[in-house]
Design a binder for this molecule. Structure first.
Ligand code: ADP
Ligand code: ZN
Ligand code: MG
Length: 480
């Protein structure tokens, strides 16, 4: 990017709320049913029907507002946003306009260099989703109205974002918050999170914002990052060539790595918003707000603080362990069994996360119970098995979540801590390797490693490494 310029970015994110039923009727929000089966006169927009607000939608929106430091407006209003489109049978979308449920919040992001930054949230409002037009059937366009009336919240950020990386971090954090709250599954590939990026550039030092464009149609966080970078560069080149950015909407093409104009004329939408006469103002009084607040689960930031301060874990570990609520809960269950927090962290971040990532599962579906991992750690710490043996026990545990103690007994893997038994092996190895003994006596310290290896092999990995080291050194020194 040309250093003369600075990018200004604001994101508009739609999050699909994971309620059982739609926002204004009792239809299921279940995905994957045959087209146009999850519908009723209300969500089909038949004349004369009356919408009834789903209370859960309000609670979820307030939860998100509280988690992002928003003010929760005691009174908010549903408004009709009027436009014509085949997937919108009523001819208007019920949304919130002038009086949204949440305002003036923030999301805190931390960049790679460890710098934290607040990204303001202008507003969060509730609205209904439209249906789905399907154009790829080879015949006429089809409309599936199952999605019509699915509850959404739209989260609008302030133009506080200055790079594609910050946009990525903001989205990652937002996803973490909604998934911790369990109000949205956060899956961008499946459309549960959708992001439109507003992008402009200005000369560094300039106060006034440049003309913005809006980029849509990104279906992954990485694509949002790429699309923003593309658009920043396009605008800078345009300006450098003496051109002017025009306000327009662009569609991101992930295959071509390029954004193309969708509507090129200055957008002059007139949605003729007005308060929906069928819906009462939404009132969230202090008592309800506090009740919702008290149901708030512990969020990642609070957990991180606890991990660092109470469990004395490095900041890095705290970040990795709390990346998802599932993983954090797994870790927390491990440490109900062992108080070796650092080992628990190492296992969860290492061997366990490796399997979770490879198998593309979540910690919930990880086959070994946290309790058994805790036991394994304790077996290492009380010297029943060595670390090396633990690495062999782990795959066995993966097979059927067996108690590690049982596996160790069955496979006869208990560590040899009996000094005389180890001494026997040590003597044998020393006698069999005269040449290496001489090398050691000549000052080649490194040969000790060779002897340790031999003894461990002879004991099938079961000899306690500390005792092996100690005995070897004693016996070798005795030969001087
Ligand atoms: P519009 O009226 O075009 O919808 P809004 O003022 O509602 O614009 O803002 C929509 C989004 O665009 C918000 O996220 C806001 O932060 C962002 N935004 C506003 N102005 C700019 C700008 N000049 N450059 C980049 N983003 C902007
Ligand atoms: Zn319905
Ligand atoms: Mg707007």
């Amino acid at each position: 990017m040309n250093e003369k310029y600075e990018a200004v970015i604001g994101l508009e994110v739609h999050a699909q709320l994971s309620t059982e039923t739609k926002i204004f009727c009792g239809c299921t929000t279940k995905f994957g049913n045959p087209p146009n089966t999850n519908v009723c006169p209300v969500c089909l927009g038949h004349p004369g029907v009356l919408p009834v607000l789903n209370k859960k939608v309000v609670e979820y929106s307030v939860l998100l507002g509280l988690a992002t430091d928003c003010e929760i407006n005691e009174k908010s209003i549903f408004a009709r946003k009027n436009y014509f489109y085949p997937d919108l049978p009523k001819g208007y979308q019920i949304s919130q306009y002038e009086e949204p449920i949440c305002e003036h919040g923030k999301i805190v992001v931390t960049t790679k260099d460890g710098v934290t930054k607040n990204i303001g949230i202008t507003r969060i409002h509730m609205e209904e989703d439209a249906g789905k037009s399907i154009h790829d059937r080879g015949y006429d366009t089809c409309v599936d109205l199952n999605r019509t009336g699915t509850p959404l919240v739209e989260i609008v950020s302030e133009p506080d974002i200055r790079s594609a990386e910050e946009a990525y971090l903001y989205l990652t954090k937002l996803k973490q918050i909604v998934t911790y709250l369990e109000i949205c599954d956060g899956n961008m590939e499946e459309g549960s999170l959708r992001c439109d990026a507003n992008v402009s550039v200005r000369l560094r030092g300039e106060e006034k914002f440049g003309t913005k464009t809006e980029v849509k149609n990104m279906n992954s966080f990485r694509n949002v990052e790429r699309a923003i970078d593309f658009e920043i560069n396009r605008q800078i080149e345009l300006i450098e060539d003496g051109g002017k950015v025009v306000q327009q909407t662009l569609l991101w093409d992930a295959d071509l790595n390029e954004a193309f104009p969708m509507r090129s004329k200055e957008e002059a939408h007139d949605y003729r918003y007005f308060p929906d006469p069928d819906l009462m103002p939404v009132v969230v009084d202090e008592a309800w707000k506090e009740k919702i607040r008290s149901s708030m689960p512990e969020l990642a930031e609070t957990k991180q603080k606890k991990y660092i301060e109470d469990y004395k874990l490095p900041e890095y570990d705290a970040g990795v362990l709390t990346a998802t609520r599932d993983l954090a809960e797994y870790f927390e269950n491990v440490i109900t069994v062992t108080d070796d927090y650092k080992s628990a962290s190492n296992w969860v971040m290492g061997d366990i996360s490796k399997v979770i990532n490879e198998e593309k599962i979540t910690a919930i579906d990880f086959p070994i119970s946290p309790k058994n991992i805790g036991k394994l750690i304790n077996l290492i710490n009380n010297k029943t098995i060595s670390n090396a043996i633990a690495k062999d026990v782990f795959p066995e545990m993966l097979k059927e979540n067996k108690d590690p103690e049982v596996i160790i007994k069955e496979k006869n893997l208990v560590q040899i801590t009996d000094t005389s038994a180890i001494e026997e092996i040590v003597d044998k190895i020393i006698d069999a390797n005269e040449k290496q003994v001489q090398q050691f006596l000549d000052g080649k310290e490194k040969v000790l490693g060779f002897f340790v290896g031999q003894v461990m092999r002879e004991s099938k990995g079961k000899a306690n490494p500390e005792i092996v080291n100690k005995l070897l050194r004693e016996k070798l020194e005795a030969r001087r």
